[in-house]
Design a protein around this ligand. Structure first.
Ligand code: ADP
Ligand code: ASP
Ligand code: MG
Length: 404
């Protein structure tokens, strides 16, 4: 008998029929004699719908209330799935994040899990019940509802698996594994049997939304065996693994595309020590993550300072920077969401030179202009005009022979 955490994403619970199919899938695991904890997302489109309602009511919705609102999506699916399980004779109990006591910090909208009280869950499992947990949500020390950031149900699942020392955390979604790139963009993309934690971390961080980055971090940190599979069809999926040398190391494992990027440029900044701190300090104080940073060489004592953040954080950034621009005597601050980030990821990069050059050559042959570049040991990212995003991914997928 094993203990599995099974997570089902939005599309997988997107209708009554899909919820019934998930119940059947869970029932099959139970019949095999396993203990099962299920983590579910909201029905597909629901989180966006709720966020849309908030925007209609308030130009800048209070983060605490926003979390109270969006967390309702997952409360609906835990109840419906538990009913669907009961209807086919599988005893089940649903719990919100607060009921399990998934304790988080108090950063609304991107809270981090601090601890999980596994006692309730353990008790139910011992009584032969399936435990159905609402993904994406927790409570802070004062019992305020918090959410874990978009795609956060993945992280709930891995955290539950870590807390209960599950044998495997299975992320069931609408694709049958992790591919060399988003199969919706490149139909020739190839499913990977395995991918290392390190590579998955870079891909997820670069925007491949098949796993939320924090879930991969968590799985790596707590040694949780993690697998991505399809909720629509049986198959082995993709195992996220430590064993780098057990496989033939490809040069590039995958390409990620993120369209949720925004570029912030502070123009006409006096070129003197402390600029980066003066601009980025207040941004980091508002818990916004800065990704790429470019400070141009000063000309006549003036420079431009550019960085990227998640598109959802742009409004907040511009607001925070208004007084900073004034204080620094800079000309202006402008935002732009018309860009995409493309990242190549592969552990093979460590031992091979020339990958960046090949990437730039392939893009230039298609006339795609590169705006910003950043690199890590196993990743190269560039930002380009959003209009060319899909062309760039297809071009690179071909240039690096990933379909083979
Ligand atoms: P869920 O609702 O189940 O959490 P998501 O939409 O968050 O599902 O993630 C699954 C989607 O991730 C796929 O439908 C696919 O379009 C996208 N995706 C992006 N990059 C990849 C990749 N490298 N491999 C597989 N899927 C990817
Ligand atoms: N429902 C949340 C979202 O849409 C969490 C998740 O699906 O993982 O981001
Ligand atoms: Mg997801």
């Amino acid at each position: 008998m094993a203990l599995y955490v099974e997570k089902y994403g939005g599309t997988s619970v997107g209708s009554v029929e899909r919820i019934q199919a998930v119940a059947a899938n869970v029932a099959a695991s139970v019949r095999e004699g396993h203990q099962i904890i299920v983590v579910v997302s909201a029905m597909s489109g629901e989180t966006n719908r709720l966020l849309g309602l908030a925007e209609e009511i308030h130009p800048n919705p209070p983060a605490r209330e926003s979390d109270v609102l969006v967390s309702t999506g997952e409360q609906v699916t835990i109840a419906l799935l538990s009913m669907a399980l009961d209807a086919i004779g599988v005893p089940a109990r649903s719990y919100t994040g607060g009921q399990i006591r998934i304790l988080t910090d108090e950063i609304h909208g991107k809270a981090r899990i601090r601890s999980i009280d596994a006692a309730n869950v353990q008790n139910d499992l011992e009584k032969g019940r399936v435990v159905v947990v609402a993904g994406f949500q927790g409570v802070d020390a004062e019992n305020n509802i918090t959410t874990l950031g978009r795609g956060g149900s993945d992280t709930t699942a891995v955290a539950m698996a870590a807390a209960l020392r599950a044998d495997e955390c299975r992320i069931y979604t609408d694709v049958d594994g992790v591919y060399t790139t988003d199969p919706r963009i490149v139909p020739e993309a190839r499913r990977l049997d395995r991918i290392t934690f390190e590579e998955m971390l870079e891909l997820a961080g670069a925007g491949a939304k098949v796993l939320q980055i924090r879930s991969v971090e968590f799985a790596g940190k707590y040694n949780v065996p993690l697998r991505v599979l399809s909720s629509f069809e049986p198959g082995p999926g993709t195992l996220i693994t430590y064993e780098e040398d057990a496989m033939e190391e490809p040069l590039i494992s995958g390409i990620a595309l993120s369209r949720d990027e925004a570029k912030v440029t502070v123009r006409g900044v006096p070129d003197k020590p402390g600029i980066a701190y003066a601009i980025l300090g207040p941004i980091s104080d508002t818990h916004v993550n800065v990704d790429m940073i470019v400070q141009n060489i000063g000309l006549d004592g003036m420079t431009d300072f550019t960085f990227t953040v998640g598109a959802a954080d742009l409004k907040r950034c511009l607001k925070v920077l208004e007084p900073v621009v004034e204080e620094l005597g800079a000309t202006e601050v402008v935002g732009d969401t018309n860009l995409a980030k493309i990242s190549l990821v592969g552990v093979g990069m460590r031992s091979h030179a020339g990958i960046a050059t090949e990437m730039f050559r392939a893009l230039s042959e298609k006339g795609i202009n590169i705006q910003m570049i950043s690199t890590s040991e196993i990743k190269i990212s560039v930002t380009i005009d959003i209009e060319y995003a899909e062309l760039a991914v297809r071009t690179l997928h071909k240039a690096f022979n990933l379909e083979e």
